[in-house]
Design a protein around this ligand. Structure first.
Ligand code: NAI
Length: 255
């Protein structure tokens, strides 16, 4: 099993109360980082903290709604106050949202999905670089999606937001390279999490099989397989990787 030396470092993970974010938080702790578990779901966040403690790691939860600038600022302050630095940040919080053709989508639904999935990444990134510029750099990973590369019917707000996350990532990578901050994105294929259950994909066996068949290995991915890519991007093994939309999708074939 790969082992990085993250001892004495601090990682912030948004959306870490479940799914990919929780697994990423656990993976950071396994490599020795202290973790700030940031989420709107306080119970789920507390469970993630307990799981990290059970494994001998160190973590705190901080209530964070990524649609609120003051919340993401507090998240960064928590990392510094509790653990002394902010070295890695994973902007992972996201929602699937309404499933409707573009013309039928309610304006409020569009705004909510974009506000969490795109604006939330910008708010988080903005607060993180503010701190990292004043220290010895850092690494930021934004959670995009394979739907940041291709379309998907009835999910235009989500798809547009994820395409936007890639544009933001590529731009910020150039802006902060001189400050020793690397900014990358991960673009997962379809992963077994609550998001797919809530979106009715994993609960509908026929749809699940159809979606699985768009991946070369004819299955959905596991959160662990995305967390591994995130920590690799944060490690020194990825020291020349910047502005990269790292796709982890088993060769997904979309529209
Ligand atoms: P999940 O539903 O298990 O986790 C999402 C987390 O984000 C939850 O803990 C939720 O409470 C939190 N969250 C939602 N709104 C928030 C807000 N306003 N502020 C702070 N936290 C908030 O889903 P999953 O799959 O783990 O999603 C994580 C990320 O991965 C998302 O950005 C998603 O778009 C992305 N992704 C997921 C894929 C999948 O197939 N599951 C595929 C590609 C990308």
């Amino acid at each position: 099993m790969v082992q990085y030396d993250f001892d004495g470092t601090t990682a912030v993970v948004t959306g870490a109360a479940s799914g990919i974010g929780r697994q990423t938080a656990l993976e950071f702790a396994r490599h020795g980082a202290s973790v700030v578990v940031a989420d709107v779901d306080d119970n789920g966040a507390a469970e993630t903290v307990d799981l990290i403690a059970d494994g001998g790691g160190e973590a705190v939860a901080v209530h964070t709604d990524v649609t609120e600038m003051s919340d993401v600022e507090r998240m960064v302050e928590t990392a510094v106050d509790e653990f002394g630095s902010l070295d890695y940040a994973v902007n992972n919080a996201g929602v699937g949202g309404a499933q409707e053709p573009t013309g039928d989508l309610d304006e409020a639904d569009w705004e909510r999905i974009v506000d969490i999935n795109l604006n939330g990444v910008w708010r988080s990134l903005s607060a993180e670089v503010d701190h990292m510029v004043g220290q010895d750099g850092g690494v930021i990973v934004n959670m995009a999606s394979v739907l940041g590369h291709v379309g998907f019917q009835n999910a235009s707000a989500y798809v547009a937001a994820k395409h936007g996350v890639l544009g933001l990532t590529k731009t910020a990578a150039w802006e902060y390279a001189d400050d020793d901050i690397r900014v990358n994105a991960v673009c997962p294929g379809f992963i077994e999490t609550n998001m797919l259950e809530e979106g009715g994909i994993t609960s509908d066996e026929q749809l699940r099989q159809e979606i699985a068949g768009r991946h070369s290995q004819n299955r959905l991915g596991e959160p662990e397989e995305i967390a591994a890519a995130v920590v690799w991007l944060c490690s020194d093994a990825a020291s020349f990787t910047n502005g990269e939309p790292l796709t982890v999708d088993s060769g997904y074939r979309g529209i």
